[in-house]
Write a protein of this length. Structure first.
Length: 162
């Protein structure tokens, strides 16, 4: 109902049901309200465990910033309670962790661990290919056709593991 009536950022990611609200002198006692737990909220997507190192690193960042556990690779950042401020914190930590330039819009465009991992992998592959290209070309020119194919297989294997 709320999703039909409010913008996505205004819809709470977690609801707590209480038998009664704590009241003092007829007013809500906000300090007496229980703290929400850090459990993963009910989502329409099933929990999927991270398997690749890049996914595990991103999960660690998201869990720390969002204070939600566990985070699956297909969980939407904003469904877990993320907002623009926490998005800035996540992107900042991703930039620091992976040593790359990444605009904050990338999290809005790729709001799951799986999608963000793909964006990071693409950026790393571009960066690596630009930096290594002259050296690789010199090596390839000196290789036999079999050696060149073996080197390409090694590079593809390295990229696939990320």
């Amino acid at each position: 109902f709320l999703r039909d009536m409010l913008p996505a950022y205004m819809v709470p990611s977690t609801f707590m049901f209480l038998d009664s609200l704590p009241v003092i002198n007829g007013k809500l006692d906000r300090k007496a309200l229980p703290e929400p737990d850090d459990k993963r909220p009910e989502l329409s997507t099933a929990y999927v465990l991270p398997t690749r190192e890049i996914e595990k690193s991103l999960v660690s960042i998201w869990e720390k910033v969002l204070d939600v556990r566990p985070v699956g690779i297909h969980d939407n950042f904003f469904d877990l309670g993320g907002h623009s401020l926490s998005a800035t914190q996540v992107i900042s930590q991703v930039i620091k962790q992976f040593q790359l330039e990444l605009p904050i819009q990338s999290l809005f465009q790729s709001p799951t661990i799986a999608k963000m991992a793909a964006v990071i992998t693409q950026n790393e592959a571009k960066r690596a290919s630009h930096a290594e290209l002259p050296q690789v070309l010199r090596e390839v020119e000196a290789m036999t056709e079999e050696e060149a194919q073996r080197r390409l297989d090694e590079i593809n294997s390295t990229i696939a593991k990320k």
